[in-house]
Design a protein around this ligand. Sequence first.
Ligand code: SF4
Length: 472
Amino acid sequence: MSDSSELRHECGVFGVVGDPDAARLTYLGLHALQHRGQEGAGIVARSQRTLHEHRGLGLVHEVFDEGTLRGLSGEAAIGHVRYSTAGSNSLADVQPFLARWRHGQVAVCHNGTLTNAGLLREELEEKGAIFTRTSDTEVLLHLIAGSDQKTLVNRLVDALSRVEGAWCVLVLAGDKLIAARDPWGFRPLMLARRGDAWMVASETCAVDFVQGTVVREIEPGEVVILDQDGAQSLRPFPRKPRRACIFETIYFARPDSQVFGRDVYAARVRLGELLAARFPARADVVIPVPDSGTPAALGFAQASGLPYGMGLLRSHYVGRTFIEPTQRIRDFGVRLKLTPNRSVVAGKRVVVVDDSIVRGTTSQKLVRMLRGAGALEVHLRIASPPMTGPCFYGIDTPERNDLLAHRLDLPRIRQFLDADSVAYLEIDDVREAVGGEGSRYCDACFTGNYPVAPVSRREEAQLPLFEGEREP
Ligand code: SF4
């Protein structure tokens, strides 16, 4: 995605129980999930019922070293990579959060966004709760601590039944690691094994990386309890229609992962094939916007019979400059991150395949760069529909008014981007490509069909009587 500096991955979680190198495995798992969050990383490990933590800002390999991992000995661990979809980018907000309460220690980390976190925070503050972090995960900690249920599992279920939105939660406390996924199933969460150990991970690529074996997806609304007795599964929440985030398959997940029962790479190639079938272009070469547009460009090239070329080169060495959330750095970053390859595009009619367009400013620069490198024509093909609305479920998107497709219709988008043609895939084609037996997806940022209305303030929460009445 050329706009990737404007649309961030959410977070990734990884957990292990029953391996003497739990923290090291978690470190490796988090490294494989680095694409889901680059602002901070943390691990809490359990050794003889005592929890130890290490958290830091930066990439996984920058946060941990040999010494910090030695300090995280023990047979169970949970970890988190973070991008600040909710909350600030400070060390205090790096997860897992480790707290001490009347029953001992508890550590919590979470992938997603609690759509009613603001309202719950207000209620808790009125009752005297003190918050030291901006992340909505702290709301969960308070709800767990404040529950009048008798066991940790029941307290967690009690807390989770009060939150709305998207959440994949890992909790480490006592002798248990508990993994829970929201009833809509917005974000992926896998259950896996490695020898006698149990693992949980946001994506299968992390399980593969530590040479584990995926057992199955943790189901929407499922709570899995892992301890010395093995794995126990509960379904304590009322069932909801499944709403897996369609953008995980289009862009967020790593292409070597399987999410929601579908091979991500194969789905992206199929998106490209469908693009070529629906919106062919008279051109000389197909090029991807790397890396996320690459499988779709391959699919487009294969289906159209046009040659495939690396017409844009991506620098992998720019580092964390790109996660600075400022407009100035963002614009600078686009020029540093992608450069045109003159030998592929000069004198050619070029099809550029990208997975999505967010604000459009970076796509506009790409078209300009390709023309500057000698491209005769530039035809943009986008492997998803026009993005017209923000995400409230764990993805950091710009405001609705900043989204290109919300502001402009297709002819004016083409004009704005200065492309010779622009075409987006339609939502039905995307649904076909991402497949997934019996699965149904959230596609709200394309269609406006929001499964859960966001609630941020008490007065807003009191307005509508029925879910769906509220315009998000
Ligand atoms: S709104 Fe878009 S990005 Fe957010 S969960 Fe739904 S499909 Fe995914």
